[in-house]
Design a protein around this ligand. Sequence first.
Ligand code: FES
Ligand code: FES
Length: 163
Amino acid sequence: MGKKLIQVSVNGKSEERAVEPRTLLIHFLREELNLTGAHIGCETSHCGACTVDIDGRSVKSCTHLAVQCEGSEVLTVEGLADKGVLHAVQQGFYQEHGLQCGFCTPGMLMRAYRFLQENPDPTEAEIRMGMSGNLCRCTGYQNIVKAVQHAARLLKEQATATA
Ligand code: FES
Ligand code: FES
């Protein structure tokens, strides 16, 4: 089957590319757009290392086709910071040391970004449940929970400051 032209907004930039219908979003991002922040872990929708945000939903880009993104807005970890200022979730992971090897971190950040919009004031149990689609082999999750709690506090402060 021939290539298909798709138009997709990635981190606010419009991209138009011809892709094979079978091209996975993770390969499109990493190989076509050179956005290597999203990682390839399991390629079976289990680990969450490849998590990105599409039209306001967390999506595992290893099991999503690039052609399914036609007309969509995709946000990757590269688009989280705003003009060099780290997003609250990035600050949370930095401050609470929510990582060790860092392999899971881009997916964790993207899931935390969406999760805190779904639930801005989560309990610890809700954080653990909300982040449960993202696996980490290093941290034991304690500091990841603290990082998300830290980010939730920052987001609340930011919302109060701009209200
Ligand atoms: Fe996509 Fe593991 S690489 S979920
Ligand atoms: Fe190593 Fe999470 S920090 S897998």
